[in-house]
Design a protein around this ligand. Structure first.
Ligand code: ZN
Ligand code: ZN
Length: 400
């Protein structure tokens, strides 16, 4: 109300007050010196393993992303991740193509007839034998260099990008030795380096049993591709959850961020959601331990406060996150309890025909039917198959 009645004279007074406090020209503001803060995401141990938060699919200016590898590392640290892979497209390098085209006559003689580079857009052009002139390791190397100040685990990787499908190879050792005109040979080259390969953002093809493309289904069947990105950015492939889990493929959720995670995720889900993460159940956050866990399928895909994984992992996650306390009897002699959630993940819990939300880091109070000594909770935001949710039985401890 006061603001509405503020006169022009009031504004003039305000302006004078502000100019008195104004910083001198060229002097950085106080906020310039403020340290960047990391968001901490607390997840308890599951089945004796630590839970590490990974994004295994991100892009930078070295393919078609809008930011540098250095920015990606700082952003991942700020977002609370433990592990990041810079997985630029091998065969789609938009900025290189534009730069070479712009440089025209200034480029070396041997490249003068290649003003758009070599194999820079295999989604538009046919793959050929000339290979690739760029250093495809540079994104990872720059990320590793800045990461000395941030302490994440940076995993080397690439996105193998053709019209028949996109596949990420992570834990590669030399990204310059993967390209081949034939996609299957490219994937084989990554596997020879010890890489783990997963299907990215699966295309729908109703002609196959899995509803993935024939190529994807064939590569999975031959054991070359061992994981499925069930969640990519804002999209979740619900129809593939049972196929992934029942056939032993590793469930994965990634951002596939090209611009910034803030731009991609937070405006639309500004209600306590994090960016997509692959939660990795491992002993340690080093490459050996994380690689072993991903090959063994010990992951949970996190997307928009939904978690997808094997039933035993999800049930144990819930058990480890919450405690149930008896409080007393209400007037109807119903058993009043409190459920405390000490994790950063919220749970939507059904019991009988009722539902409660166990928000992250909060306690919720509610009543169970008269005489309850235990309760079966079905957690509806935990997904262990198409339409399948885990049920956890908890005792209601009475006070002496
Ligand atoms: Zn892709
Ligand atoms: Zn991508």
């Amino acid at each position: 109300m006061k603001l509405r009645t503020l006169s022009l004279c009031g504004f003039a007074t305000l302006a004078i007050a502000l100019s008195a406090n104004a910083q001198k020209p060229n002097e950085p503001s106080k906020s310039f010196y403020r340290n960047m803060h990391r968001q901490e995401i607390t997840i308890p141990q599951i089945m004796g393993y630590n839970v590490y938060k990974a994004d295994l699919h991100t892009h930078t200016i070295y393919s078609d992303g809008a930011v540098t590898p250095e920015f990606r590392v700082k952003e991942a640290w700020r977002d609370g991740l433990d592990i990041i892979a810079i997985t630029d497209h091998i065969e789609y390098r938009r900025i290189e193509r534009e730069m070479l085209h712009y440089m025209g006559d200034h480029i070396k003689d041997e490249y003068r007839n290649l003003p758009k580079g070599v194999n820079t857009n295999l989604q538009g052009d046919a793959a050929d034998e000339r290979g690739i002139l760029s250093n495809l390791n540079i994104g990872h190397e720059r990320a590793v260099d800045i990461n000395k100040l941030y302490g994440l685990l940076v995993v080397r990787g690439v996105e193998i990008t053709r019209n028949d499908g996109h596949f990420n190879a992570i834990f590669t050792t030399d990204n310059n030795r993967i390209y081949h005109p034939d996609i299957k040979t490219s994937i084989g080259n990554a596997i020879k380096q010890g890489a783990f390969v997963f299907q990215n953002h699966p295309k729908l093809d109703k002609s196959t049993a899995s509803t993935m493309t024939p190529l994807a289904e064939q590569l999975h069947g031959e054991g070359l591709v061992k994981g499925i990105e069930l969640c990519n950015g804002p999209v979740m492939w619900s129809r593939l959850i049972s196929y992934c889990l029942d056939n032993g493929y590793t469930p994965i959720a990634n951002s596939d961020v090209h611009d910034t995670s803030e731009y991609r995720f937070y405006p639309e889900h500004n209600d306590g959601c994090y960016r997509n993460m692959t939660l990795v159940l491992a002993d340690k956050c080093n490459e050996k331990s994380i690689k072993e866990a991903i090959f063994a399928g010990r992951t949970i895909a996190y997307h928009n406060n939904k978690l997808i994984g094997k039933e035993e992992y999800l049930a144990d996650l819930f058990r480890a996150s919450v405690t149930l306390h008896y409080v007393g009897l209400n007037k109807k002699e119903e058993v009043v309890v409190m459920l405390t959630n000490r994790s950063s993940l919220p749970y939507t819990v059904k019991y009988g025909n009722k539902q409660v939300i166990a928000d992250a880091m909060k306690t919720v109070q509610f009543a169970l039917p008269k005489g309850s000594k235990s309760v079966d909770f079905t957690i509806t935001n935990l997904i262990c198959g198409n339409g399948k949710r885990p049920t956890v039985t908890m005792q209601v401890p009475r006070k002496e």
